[in-house]
Design a protein around this ligand. Structure first.
Ligand code: ATP
Ligand code: MG
Length: 390
């Protein structure tokens, strides 16, 4: 039986004239996600894209699984291709959907007919096929409001398709249709979620990670790479810049008042990230901050961090509870990695009594106590290690 995958665009439908180019990006992204699975032919048709394997042996389970991680897809379904003939449609539906029909208690049939020359109209197709399904599967009942399975028949120009329930897609917009941004990534729970959320809005990601060996270990860095890999499964390649941060952190410890350690550090992180981001044609920075979560994320502290850069800073977790962030991190499978207990540079030299209501000027004064900061920042930026995460 010939089988294909039908992909329903999500918000793309709203994009009017841009729709074509959005769909092209979506197809390019689908190809990338399917590259290891096989070769496919993509055909656009209304708000559906047909994905057809070139080779019959191609594993469609793997292909559907891969497509579930492609942003811009609202729903997908596997469909059997059959002749535009009601007997063939009935035979195909009974055989192709047998397993699902056997476990379902209720069903309904929906028919869509884009070829109006087909001899039966949609209600007639539904009646005919519905009757035959009831005859073959005695336990089933029709429920038009909330069926366990909806059997859909689509009569297209060359063939008819028969399919069961839709599979939910990743939603959002195709990666690469909303420009580029740099995510400041730590090994924690929040920043991988923030990265995922912005990638879902169509943003192409690069990332910046600050490492302070020997205070932070090789394992901590590997954990960050593992997290990025999980995000990259959705977003595509994330070029990552690992910034050597030890010298700067030691200087903060040696020259700044202790209450300001974290805030000065966060501002310097923003500045270095900004310079890398601008160099890589990014339009914004992304962080995993959330109001009130820790002392460095009070509304006052966020103001101090924000004023270190003139780039827009996207903080998609800003209004979320930890519980909500954790739910997403479980969904995208980063949670178990995030909770591995390796130190982050943010937890090195933490003040006993961090300022929770800092004034921007006081933080800048603290920062200005560090001699040669500009040179150290330049040196750190020049010595970044670049890693491609796929
Ligand atoms: P996360 O769970 O993302 O680590 P957090 O609640 O632990 O967040 P902080 O440690 O204060 O918060 O960090 C706030 C944000 O600063 C992070 O979400 C991340 O965007 C950025 N950040 C923290 N540490 C690093 C780091 N070592 N390298 C790059 N960015 C970092
Ligand atoms: Mg952290």
């Amino acid at each position: 039986m010939r089988e294909i995958i039908l992909v329903k665009n999500g918000e793309l439908v709203l994009k009017g004239l841009n729709r074509n180019s959005f769909e092209d990006v979506l197809i390019k992204n689908m190809k990338r996600h399917l590259a290891d699975i096989g070769k496919f032919v993509f055909t656009k048709s209304q708000s559906t894209i047909m994905v057809e394997p070139e080779n019959e042996d191609t594993d469609l389970d793997d292909a559907a699984e891969a497509l579930k991680k492609v942003f811009g897809i609202a729903a997908l379904s596997r469909a059997a291709v059959c002749e535009k003939d009601i007997d063939d449609i009935i035979k195909t539906a009974k055989a192709y959907l047998e397993d699902e029909l056997l476990v379902a208690k209720t069903f309904k049939v929906e028919a869509k007919r884009s070829d109006k020359k087909f001899p039966l109209n949609s209600p007639q197709i539904c009646r005919e096929l519905g009757g035959q399904i009831l005859k073959a599967f005695h336990h089933l009942k029709v429920d038009v409001h909330n069926p366990d399975i909806t059997v859909t028949v689509e009569i297209r120009d060359k063939y008819a398709f028969v399919r069961g329930n839709n599979i939910k897609g990743a939603g959002g917009m195709p990666t690469g249709t909303s420009g580029r941004a740099a995510v400041l990534i730590s090994g924690g729970i929040d920043s991988p979620v923030a990265a995922y959320m912005m990638a879902k809005r169509g943003i192409e990601l690069i990332s910046v990670h600050f490492a302070s060996p020997p205070y932070t270990s090789e394992l901590a860095e590997m954990k960050v790479m593992e997290l990025l890999k999980k995000v990259a499964a959705y977003s595509g390649t994330i070029t990552t810049y690992v910034v050597p941060f030890t010298e700067i952190q030691e200087a903060i410890r040696d020259y700044c008042p202790e209450d300001y350690f974290t805030l000065v550090m966060r501002r310097i992180m923003m500045k270095i990230s900004e310079s890398i981001a601008k160099n890589q044609n990014c339009m914004a920075l992304i962080t995993g901050e959330s109001v009130g979560q820790v002392a460095s994320q009070t509304i006052y502290a966020l103001g101090c961090t924000d004023s270190a850069t003139d780039m827009p800073v996207f903080r998609p977790c800003i209004g979320m509870d930890k519980e909500e962030i954790i739910r997403i991190s479980r969904d995208i499978d980063t949670f178990e990695t995030s909770i591995q207990p390796y130190e982050d540079c943010c937890t090195v030299f933490t003040p006993k009594h961090p300022k929770t209501k800092p004034k921007v000027q006081d933080v800048i004064d603290a920062e200005n106590k560090i001699p040669n900061l500009d040179e150290m920042m330049k040196k750190a930026t020049e010595n970044v290690k670049r890693v491609f995460i796929k």
